[in-house]
Write a protein of this length. Structure first.
Length: 112
């Protein structure tokens, strides 16, 4: 009887440990996912460190008028996003037109 209780307790602990590892793995993969600011959902934006509901709403309102061209465009159009916040968002996986903050936009090939 005691042996059966011990085995079922060990199984329960193992199942919980597996569930916790899966949860942390999923959270880590979401945290490192790259998302374009022009495509990010309200939930994705609101879940980022440094963005709350008000700034998330500003971003969505600004991009509905016109998509963001680059990070300087974001900083100009969204009050509260400056170099520090842009760097933080970029580190969390946010991109603007595929670019990280501080990354020079790809130059289009020159025509001969």
């Amino acid at each position: 009887m005691i042996q059966n209780i011990a085995i079922s307790t060990i199984k329960a602990i193992a199942i919980k440990a597996i569930a916790v590892n899966i949860s942390f793995g999923l959270m880590a993969s979401v945290a490192w996912a790259q998302v374009d600011l022009n495509q990010a959902t309200e939930i994705e934006l609101d879940g980022l460190k440094g963005l709350g509901p008000a700034m998330t709403r500003q971003i969505i309102d600004a991009r509905q008028k016109a998509p963001f061209r680059d990070w300087p465009d974001v900083m100009q159009r969204v009050k509260g996003i400056g170099p520090k916040k842009a760097a933080s968002l970029s580190e969390q996986g946010i991109r603007v037109q595929g670019q990280t903050y501080g990354q020079a936009p790809s130059a289009s090939p020159k025509k001969p």
